[in-house]
Each structure stands twice: as C-alpha cells, then as structure tokens.
Design a protein around this ligand. Structure first.
Ligand SMILES: [Zn+2]
Length: 139
C-alpha cells in the first residue's frame, strides 16, 4: 500500500507480521504472505486479509489483520480486527486486540474495546470505551 525505500531492518520485519485472533484476542505472529492460520488458543481459522473499505457497506467485518475505513466510507456493522484505522464513519462496535486509530474527521457511533486507542483531534466517538488490557470478545 505504501511505497518506501526499505532498509535492512524493514526488509526483515516484512517477513512476519503480528495479527490477532478476532474470536479470542490471542496474538499470533505469521508469515507476511500467509492468508490464514489456525488460532493456537481457540483453534478457529483466522483470516489475515487486510480490508480496505472505500464505499458504504452494511455488514460486519472480521479479520485477524487490519481494517482501514476511508474518509468517504460508511460502515454499518461491527468491525473486529487486529488493527482498525478509521477515517470515515462507523455505525457499530469496534473490537481490536491491538490498536484502534480514529483519524481527524472519523465518526464512530458505537462502543470501542481495544488494547490501544489513538484518537486524533477532530475525531468523534459516541459510545463506551474499554481500553487497556487485551479485550475479551463479547459473544
Ligand atoms: Zn482464537
């Protein structure tokens, strides 16, 4: 997605990445090119597709990798992912065993449960926040 000159360290980092099981929150380190792995904790299959949302959608999104909601997009549904970056609007709950980042202009109408939250000036949230230790997924 981003074209950068890669130094040696980045070249090594590119071989693996960290993802999180969207079912139980267990963190897993996987090969960069892996498309799915079984979760060592709950045994379910973790899809590792990065999702880029550039239009309005009305369904839940679930991935062990990252979800990026572009500024022009509206998601009506819950998002459950290893990392969630919102520039647009989400009407639903966000759950991440890793980081949720709300950029300037982001609008979230729902609860956020995540280990880390980055809230840029100009973002808005209407809902409950539970930030800190790895969140357990509510059924
Ligand atoms: Zn799991």
């Amino acid at each position: 997605m981003i074209g950068l000159a890669l130094g040696r360290r980045q070249a090594v980092d590119r071989l693996v990445r960290t993802a999180a099981c969207p079912y139980c929150g267990k963190e897993v380190t996987v090969a960069r090119e892996a498309i799915s792995v079984p979760c060592a904790a709950c045994n379910r299959r973790i899809e590792l597709e990065d999702l880029l949302v550039a239009e309005n959608i009305g369904r839940d999104l679930m991935t062990g990798a990252s979800v990026l909601v572009r500024a022009e997009a509206v998601v009506s549904g819950n998002i459950c992912a290893g990392e969630i970056i919102v520039h647009g609007t989400v009407r639903g709950n966000l759950w991440s065993a890793g980081r949720v980042e709300l950029a300037r202009g982001a609008r979230v109408n729902g609860d956020i449960r995540a280990r880390h939250l980055v809230l840029e000036e100009g973002a808005s949230v209407s809902g409950r926040l539970e930030i800190g230790l790895p969140p357990r997924r509510r059924r």
